[in-house]
Write a protein that binds this ligand. Structure first.
Ligand code: NAD
Ligand code: WQD
Length: 344
């Protein structure tokens, strides 16, 4: 029997979703090699991964846009069987201000990875995509067949173009890929040793909630309460990051084990449930017992009114399903914020 462990290259593995996925992969018996330039993460995450999993993954501080440096990883790590490409910049507002930075970072890194994977004959790739490709959907819940709407930010466009690059290359080469379109990943690992590390003032709802609860922000601004939703606030499909991590293990196993597959597939990674902003606030209060001060503000430019996933395809084809509910998401995000305040 071949007992050798399979090695997975995880770009962006020091980041929020990448670190949780690294833990999940190690727990499922994979070896992990992380490539990350630490542009949006910290080196202490590596020891945290070891604390949780008992394994210190190999780490290369390399920019995926530096093809020569990235190639060295492929040369040195000759047992890699597939990659998960998380490495990307993800701040929507910043992408509007610095489109060149986003197009270069997100697309050059993707093309370098694909090119090296093909060159080294390791053609299996899992790609981080986003529900942002659906824009403001015409029908809910969105399925993988829903229309892809024109991107409203350079960041969103890098995800759409990224999927197109993969599609075109997979039609003409041995590339086999799965794109996971995450909805709104939130929460943290149950150990509270890893979680989201927002850079400066958070833009996203849940880190803003936890920073408000701990006193780093005076109150939460709720952006708009006049939307066409039950309480007037926007609806999203929040999904626990631990569930998102598990989806990557499922996608990888599909690539590695199932021979008859389309060369490029994409799956929605959400719970299938939509929650309003006010529901999220109340879930946080229920889960933690902490009262959250908030004020209603005008709508935020560019916000989608409501979006949530149809998860039939990921449930039935990928064999993956979310397990954790909104209270568990809030409780874990809060535990992480509290732990973070003791080390920062
Ligand atoms: P993150 O910023 O926490 O992690 C990304 C990691 O990639 C960071 O550690 C960063 O240092 C690294 N990185 C960035 N550019 C790099 C480069 N050129 N070379 C090497 N490393 C680089 O973000 P995340 O939330 O973990 O997101 C992971 C992926 O999922 C991204 O592709 C993101 O666009 C996508 N995504 C995230 C969300 C979300 O809400 N968090 C939703 C949908 C899709
Ligand atoms: C959620 C809801 C806000 C902050 C972003 C990216 C998207 C994808 C997921 C990567 C909205 C409201 C927020 C606050 C608030 N990422 N809100 N007060 O906008 O769904 O999506 O992350 O691919 O591309 O755009 O997430 O967490 O910013 O907002 O009321 O201080 O919370 O208006 O309704 P969003 P979010």
């Amino acid at each position: 029997m071949n007992t050798e462990k399979k090695t997975i290259l995880v770009t962006g593995g020091m980041g929020y979703i990448g670190s949780h996925t690294t833990v999940a992969l190690i727990e499922q018996g994979f070896d992990v090699v992380i490539v990350d330039n630490l542009s949006n993460s910290s080196s202490f995450i590596l020891e945290r991964i070891q604390q949780i999993s008992g394994v210190l993954p190999k780490f290369y501080q390399v920019d995926c846009c530096d093809k020569a440096a990235l190639e060295k990883v492929f040369i040195q790590e000759n047992s890699i069987v597939a990659s998960i490409h998380f490495a990307a910049l993800k701040a929507v507002g910043e992408s509007v201000e610095k489109p060149m930075l986003y197009y270069k970072n997100n697309l050059v890194s993707l093309m370098n990875i694909i090119e090296l994977q093909l060159q080294y004959e390791i053609p299996k790739l899992v790609f981080s995509s986003s529900c942002t490709v659906y824009g403001e959907p015409d029908f809910l819940p969105v399925t993988e067949k829903s229309e892809i709407k024109p991107a409203t930010s350079p960041y969103g466009n890098t995800k759409q173009i990224g999927e197109e690059i993969i599609l075109d290359i997979s039609r003409n080469s041995p590339l086999q890929a799965i794109a996971l379109r995450y909805f709104n990943p939130v929460g943290a690992h149950a150990s509270a040793l890893i979680g989201e590390l927002p850079n400066g003032t958070p833009n996203n709802l849940v880190p803003y909630i936890t920073q408000t609860a701990i006193g780093k922000q005076p109150y939460l601004r709720v952006f708009g309460n006049d939307y066409n939703t039950p309480d007037g606030t926007c609806i999203r499909d929040y999904i626990h990051v631990v569930d998102v991590a598990a989806a990557h293990v499922a996608a990888l196993n599909r690539l590695l084990i199932i021979p008859e597959r389309p060369q490029f597939e994409f799956f929605n990674i959400g719970t299938g449930n939509g929650n309003t902003v006010l529901e999220v606030i109340h879930a946080f209060e229920n889960a933690t017992g902490v009262k959250l001060p908030y004020q209603i503000y005008p709508r935020r430019d560019g916000d989608i009114e409501k979006v949530y996933a149809n998860t039939d395809l990921s449930n039935n084809v990928l064999g993956w399903k979310s397990n954790l509910n909104i209270e568990q998401m809030m409780a874990s995000a809060w535990a992480w914020e509290q732990k973070l305040s003791t080390i920062k």
